[in-house]
Design a protein around this ligand. Structure first.
Ligand SMILES: Cc1cc2nc3c(=O)[nH]c(=O)nc-3n(C[C@H](O)[C@H](O)[C@H](O)COP(=O)(O)O)c2cc1C
Length: 211
């Protein structure tokens, strides 16, 4: 009887642990007809460091990621241009339950690390921990091939463009964000299992504005 209870308890524990594993998040098809016109979005763009205590809807998250660096043409090119079309910027999405990698081709979020790692993105700015999603822009320098002197410069420019896509989309969709260079680089490299060639450059906490 004891043995049976032990087996039952073990099975229950295994089932619970399995349920806690992060799963791939399938994103929605982006709604390309939403948002205000570009001039209005530029007029509204500003840094916002206060967020409502509300999760991002799946549609908002899907549209945000597509606007940031999604595929917008049949040849696989992206909403953000990149130097030599090397598409070196990957977006990691850090949320309460875990960290994910945006897969633009599959239109999903691939699990990377379980747990709340927004503290590593905050790097001393506590307001970041209250954003429901933090987008961390990481350049994979190896995509430039033989690393040239100006590679990091190109990577920074590419990250800046993705970052501004995020800023303008947020302004047009009524979301709150701020572009940030501060973060705990070393912690993020470990959490996101980055190689020496992968460089976190910018991040954008994103949420709904706190009215
Ligand atoms: C490259 C870059 C790095 C930034 N890093 C941070 C940061 O680490 N933390 C922060 O709170 N704001 C950061 N900002 C936001 C700026 O402080 C902000 O854009 C500036 O004060 C102008 O305000 P505005 O965005 O509302 O026009 C950064 C902006 C840029 C462009």
């Amino acid at each position: 009887m004891r043995k049976l209870s032990f087996i039952f308890a073990t099975l229950l524990l295994a089932a619970t642990m399995h349920a806690q594993e992060l799963k791939t998040i399938k994103l929605n098809t982006p709604d390309k007809n939403r948002g205000s016109a570009v001039m209005k979005a530029l007029s509204d763009r500003h840094s916002d460091r206060e967020y409502a205590a509300k999760e991002l809807s799946l549609q908002d998250l899907s549209d945000l990621l597509w606007a940031a660096n999604g595929i917008n043409r049949p040849d696989g090119k992206r909403t953000a241009p990149s130097a030599l079309n090397k598409q070196d910027i990957d977006i990691y999405v850090i949320m309460k339950e875990g960290a994910y990698l945006y897969d633009a081709k599959a239109n999903n979020l691939q699990p990377v690390a379980k747990g709340d790692h927004r503290g590593a993105v905050a790097g001393g700015q506590d307001f970041v921990k209250s954003a429901p999603a933090c987008l961390v822009l990481v350049s994979d320098l190896s995509r430039f091939g033989n690393v040239a002197d100006h590679t990091k410069l190109m990577a920074a420019v590419d990250a800046g463009i993705v970052c501004q896509n995020i800023n303008v989309f947020c302004a047009s969709a009524g979301l709150a964000t701020v572009p940030r260079a501060s973060m705990d680089q070393a912690a993020l490299k470990q959490i996101l299992k980055l190689t020496d060639n992968q460089l976190p450059i910018m991040n954008n906490p994103v949420g709904y504005p706190r009215k």
